[in-house]
Design a protein around this ligand. Structure first.
Ligand SMILES: [Cu+2]
Length: 584
C-alpha cells in the first residue's frame, strides 16, 4: 500500500529534479505572456486617435528572451469584428511553422473572443520585432519589439556598456480607422481606404511623435514649440547616457510605407548587426532603414557632456510630407529638460539613391559567418509590376497578383486539400523582352495563389527585378521580407539583370538578412536553402503593397511538418475536415 503511494511522488520528484537539471544545464527557459489585443484611444503624436494596443499598451510590450528560450504567447482577440494574428518577424520558426502568424498562410485568423497560443523557440540572439499580419493591422499600431540576448555565459561579437532600443513607425490619421470614435466609445477600424496613404501623419519613435508642434521649433522658421512636462504620451523619448561609454542602439522599422534614415547629432555610429546577424563593422554618420529591417549600431558618448543631442529620423525614397521624428540623447551631467542647442541632423535628400546604394553595398557579413552554397539548384526571377484588375490598382509578380485563400496554405498542402487553392505554379520568370524602363504595355494582370512548390534542401536563387510603375518615370523602393529563413544578399544592380551581372554576385561574404531592398529600376539577388519545412510568405514589407498583391508563397518540405494544432486549421476547408473527423 505504502509503496504504491510513494512511487508516483518519487517519480514526480525525480522528474522535477531532472527537469530542473535539464533547465539549468541548457539555461533555456519558457517565457509566458498573456496578451489581449484591443482597440484603445491614444495620442501617439499628440492627436487623439484609435490605436491597436496589447494589454492597454501601445506599442505592445517588449519581449526579452535569451537564445534557446521558448516564447509562449497566449493571444486573445478582444476586437469585436475582426480576426487577428501576430507574426514574429525574423524568428525562423524551426519546427513550428504554424506559429509564424500569417493569416491564410500559416494559420486561420484568430476570431473575436478566441485565444491562440503561439509557442516557438527563439534560436538566435538579435534584434527582432512582432506585428499584425492580417489586413492593415500593422499600420493601425499592432507591433512591438522582440529582443533576444545571447545564451547565458556567451558573449556577443562586440562589447558595450549599455543599450537602448528604438522601434520606428509611421502614423496615419485618416487612412485606416473610422474617425468617429467618441470619447470612451471606440469604433472598430476596418481595412480602410488605402488610397489616402499619402496623407501622412507623423513618424513615431517607440510610439511617440509630434504632429501639431515641433520639438525643433527653435531651429526652424515655422512651427509651434512643444511644451512637455515629460509624462505626455507623445513626449519625446529620452535616452539617458553617461559620458565616455559605448552604447548599443537597436533599431527596428515597422513602417507601413516610409523608408527612413537615422542619425545622432555629432555622434558617429558603427553598424554591427542586421536582422539578427553580425556585420563586418563599418562606421557611418547616418543609415537608411527600410520597413522590416533591424540594425544594431554602437556609438560612443564622446561629445561635450554639457549638451544634449537630437536623434533624428527622416523619410527617404519618396518626397517627405512628414517632419522628422525626434528623440533626445541626454548626457546625465546635464538637465533632461535642456533641449539640444544644435539643430537636428539633416536627413539626406530623399531621392539621393546613389547614397542609399553606397550604404547597402557596404553591408557585409562578419568574417566567420555562414557562407552560401556555391551553386544554385533553381533560380526564380520575380518581376514586380503595378497593374490594373477590374479597375483597381494592384501589384503583381510575374503578372500574378497575390490573392490569399480562405484556407491557410500550410494546412491545405499538408492535408492535400487540392481544391483549397489554384495548384498551378506561377511562372519562374518573365519575358526577357520586357522593358522595365516603361509603364507596362499591357497593364492587365490576374489574381493567383502565388505558391511556388520548392524541393526540400535545395539552394534557391531569387532575382527580384524592379520596373516602371503605371505612371511614366516612376519606380518605387520595395523592401522584400522572407518568412522562415535568413537569406544571403548576393548583390544589387541597375537595370535588367543579365548574364554579365552573374560575375558581380558576392559569394565570399554576403550578409545574411531576412529583409532586403530593391531599388528603383534595379535588381537584387538573394540565395537561401529550403531546409525549414513549412509554407513561407515572401513579400514587400510595405503593408499596402502586400495588400495590393505584392507577394509570393514558398512551400518546402511540408510533408515533414509535424502535427499542426487544430486551432490553426479551424477555418475554410481544413475547418470542415476537422468537423468531419469529429463526426466520424
Ligand atoms: Cu512594395
Amino acid at each position: 500500500m505504502a509503496s504504491s503511494r510513494i512511487t508516483p511522488i518519487c517519480l514526480l520528484v525525480y522528474l522535477c529534479f531532472v527537469g530542473m537539471f535539464v533547465n539549468s544545464v541548457l539555461g533555456a527557459k519558457a517565457r509566458h505572456f498573456k496578451w489581449e489585443v484591443e482597440y484603445m484611444l491614444g495620442a501617439p503624436d499628440c492627436l487623439e486617435h484609435v490605436v491597436l494596443g496589447i494589454n492597454g499598451q501601445f506599442p505592445g510590450p517588449t519581449i526579452k528572451a535569451r537564445a534557446g528560450d521558448t516564447v509562449v504567447v497566449h493571444l486573445t482577440n478582444k476586437l469585436h469584428t475582426e480576426g487577428v494574428v501576430i507574426h514574429w518577424h525574423g524568428i525562423r520558426q524551426l519546427g513550428t511553422p504554424w506559429a509564424d502568424g500569417t493569416a491564410s498562410i500559416s494559420q486561420c485568423a484568430i476570431n473575436p473572443g478566441e485565444t491562440f497560443i503561439y509557442r516557438f523557440k527563439v534560436d538566435k540572439a538579435g534584434t527582432y520585432f512582432y506585428h499584425g499580419h492580417y489586413g492593415m493591422q500593422r499600420s493601425a499600431g499592432l507591433y512591438g519589439l522582440l529582443i533576444v540576448d545571447m545564451e547565458e555565459g556567451k558573449k556577443e561579437a562586440f562589447e558595450y556598456d549599455g543599450e537602448f532600443s528604438l522601434l520606428l513607425s509611421d502614423w496615419w490619421h485618416k487612412a485606416f480607422c473610422l474617425r468617429k470614435a467618441k470619447r470612451k466609445k471606440v469604433e472598430a477600424c476596418g481595412n480602410g481606404e488605402i488610397n489616402n496613404l499619402n496623407k501622412a501623419g507623423s513618424l513615431l519613435i517607440n510610439g511617440r511623435g509630434q504632429y501639431n508642434c515641433s520639438l525643433a521649433a527653435a531651429h526652424v522658421s515655422k512651427g509651434n514649440g512643444c511644451r512637455f512636462r515629460g509624462n505626455e504620451e507623445c513626449a519625446p523619448n529620452i535616452l539617458h547616457v553617461k559620458p565616455n561609454k559605448t552604447y548599443r542602439l537597436r533599431v527596428a522599422s515597422t513602417t507601413a510605407l516610409a523608408s527612413l534614415n537615422l542619425a545622432i547629432g555629432n555622434h558617429k555610429m558603427v553598424m554591427v548587426e542586421a536582422d539578427g546577424n553580425y556585420l563586418e563593422p563599418f562606421s557611418v554618420n547616418d543609415f537608411d532603414i527600410y520597413s522590416g529591417e533591424t540594425y544594431s549600431v554602437l556609438f560612443r558618448t564622446d561629445q561635450r557632456p554639457t549638451d544634449n543631442y537630437w536623434i533624428s529620423v527622416g523619410v527617404r525614397g519618396r518626397e517627405p510630407r512628414t517632419p522628422q521624428g525626434l528623440a533626445i540623447l541626454h548626457y546625465q551631467s546635464t538637465t533632461a529638460s535642456k533641449l539640444p542647442t544644435l539643430p537636428p541632423p539633416q536627413t539626406p535628400r530623399w531621392n539621393d539613391y546613389a547614397y542609399s546604394k553606397s550604404f547597402s553595398n557596404k553591408i557585409r557579413a562578419l568574417s566567420g559567418s555562414p557562407k552560401p552554397p556555391f551553386n544554385h539548384d533553381r533560380r526564380i526571377f520575380l518581376l514586380n509590376t503595378q497593374n490594373r484588375i477590374d479597375g483597381y490598382t494592384k501589384w503583381a509578380i510575374n503578372n500574378v497578383s497575390l490573392s490569399l485563400p480562405p484556407t491557410p496554405y500550410l494546412g491545405s498542402i499538408k492535408h492535400r486539400l487540392t481544391n483549397a487553392f489554384d495548384q498551378k505554379s506561377p511562372p519562374d520568370t518573365f519575358l526577357n523582352t520586357y522593358d522595365i524602363m516603361r509603364p507596362p504595355p499591357n497593364p492587365n494582370s490576374t489574381y493567383g495563389s502565388g505558391v511556388y512548390m520548392l524541393k526540400f534542401n535545395n539552394t534557391i536563387d531569387v532575382i527580384l527585378q524592379n520596373a516602371n510603375a503605371l505612371n511614366a518615370n516612376v519606380s518605387e523602393i520595395h523592401p522584400w521580407h522572407l518568412h522562415g529563413h535568413d537569406f544571403w544578399v548576393l548583390g544589387h544592380g541597375e537595370g535588367m539583370f543579365s548574364k554579365r551581372d552573374e560575375k558581380k554576385l558576392n559569394l565570399k561574404n554576403p550578409p545574411l538578412r531576412n529583409t532586403v531592398v530593391i531599388f528603383p529600376y534595379g535588381w537584387t539577388a538573394l540565395r537561401f536553402v529550403t531546409d525549414n519545412p513549412g509554407v513561407w510568405a515572401f513579400h514587400c514589407h510595405i503593408e499596402p503593397h502586400l495588400h495590393m498583391g505584392m507577394g509570393v508563397v514558398f512551400a518546402e518540405g511540408v510533408h515533414l511538418v509535424g502535427k499542426i494544432p487544430n486551432e490553426a486549421l479551424s477555418c475554410g476547408l481544413t475547418g470542415k475536415m476537422l468537423m468531419g473527423k469529429q463526426h466520424n
